[in-house]
Design a protein around this ligand. Structure first.
Ligand code: PBG
Length: 330
């Protein structure tokens, strides 16, 4: 008789045959930055996540790095008076993000910095592109994105990460970076990014919700899988070093397909709504937060993600370190 249970008998055995092992090095920690000093603002729809003023951001980044997290992804809270339709503030070399990148590179040089390329935090319309008569302009937006990426590269970003979903942006950004000599600045492309209601809490964090309509003319339809392959093929052809699937949980099949289809590293974004659901249920006492967190992140890695953007990065890294110390198997 076959007895698969033989391999599940003890914790040591289970550890030996474990196919997927989470580690702090898998994580990219998204962080929200705002102006000010000594301030840390709670985000109600994202418990335990904060918007940090620059000085406190450095501390949080250092703490993450000390736990073995190798990279952070930065997102800015931009005051309304700096927002306009063209997202002009997005390519201000003295803007919040370039200043944050310069300070981070000084304070925590070993930590990789990934900057978001998109207009929405800077847009008075709350869209990822320039709006004209209710439509999102593609090529005009791409021209601004290239300028934004350049400013971020100059500040010291290791990767720029276009999350806007405009057509042709990866190619134009690569061209602009190369022309300026930033040949070693990489592109992490949000390639299969779906029009998802799971982004709600993130938009609270940045006060960046669209002022009208939705993002369905540029982000993908949740119903489509083959189209994700088309998007990643285009981004790779245009020069993406790493491609991303976003959100992660409702799209594990997409992660799996893309992993089998391509040979570039695959990132997955465990987005704000996925985070909020776990936190909310745990606060009610309906699920065990730590166990569900580990199960969730393991499932994303098992599906094929080589790296995971997650607001749980620090909490998980802490837990993994504690478990290791106590010799406890997951
Ligand atoms: C926008 C952007 C979004 C997220 C990352 N970049 C939201 C959106 O497209 O509206 C969402 C991340 C999250 O929900 O955690 N460029």
């Amino acid at each position: 008789m076959h007895r698969p249970r033989r391999l599940r008998r003890t914790a040591g055995l289970r550890r030996m045959v474990q196919e997927t092992v989470l580690s702090a090095a898998d994580f990219i920690y998204p962080l929200f930055v705002m102006e000010g000093e000594g301030q840390k603002e709670a985000i109600p729809s994202m418990p335990d996540c904060f918007r940090y003023s620059l000085d406190l951001l450095l501390e949080e980044a250092k703490a993450a790095s000390d736990l073995g997290i190798g990279a952070i992804a930065l997102f800015p809270l931009i005051p309304d008076e700096q927002k306009d339709n063209a997202g002009t503030e997005s390519y201000n070399p003295e803007g919040l993000i370039p200043r944050a990148v310069r300070s981070l590179k000084q304070a925590v040089p070993e930590l990789l910095i990934i900057t978001d390329v998109a207009l929405d935090p800077y847009s008075s319309e709350g869209h990822d592109g320039i709006v004209e008569n209710g439509r999102i302009l593609n090529d005009e937006t791409v021209a601004v994105l290239a300028k934004q990426a350049l400013v971020q590269a100059e500040a010291g970003a290791d990767f720029v990460a276009p999350s806007d979903m405009m057509d042709g942006r990866v190619g134009e950004i690569r061209k602009a970076l190369d022309l300026a000599g930033w040949i070693n600045v990489g592109i992490l492309a949000y390639s299969a990014k779906y029009a998802s209601a799971y982004y709600g809490p993130f938009r609270d964090a940045l006060e960046s919700a669209p002022k009208f309509g939705d993002k369905k003319t540029y982000q993908m339809d949740a119903a489509n899988a083959r189209e994700a392959i088309k998007e990643i093929e285009l981004d790779i052809a245009e020069g993406a070093d790493i491609i991303m699937v976003k959100p992660a949980l409702a799209y594990l099949d997409i992660i799996c397909r893309i992993k089998q289809h391509t040979h570039v590293p695959v990132a997955a974004y465990n987005v704000s709504g996925e985070y909020a659901m776990i936190k909310a249920a745990a606060q009610q006492g309906w699920i065990d937060e730590q166990t569900v967190m580990l199960e969730t992140l393991t499932s994303i890695k098992r599906a094929g993600a080589d790296m995971i953007l997650t607001y749980f990065a620090k909490e998980t890294a802490l837990l993994l370190a504690a478990n290791k110390k106590s010799g406890k198997a997951k």
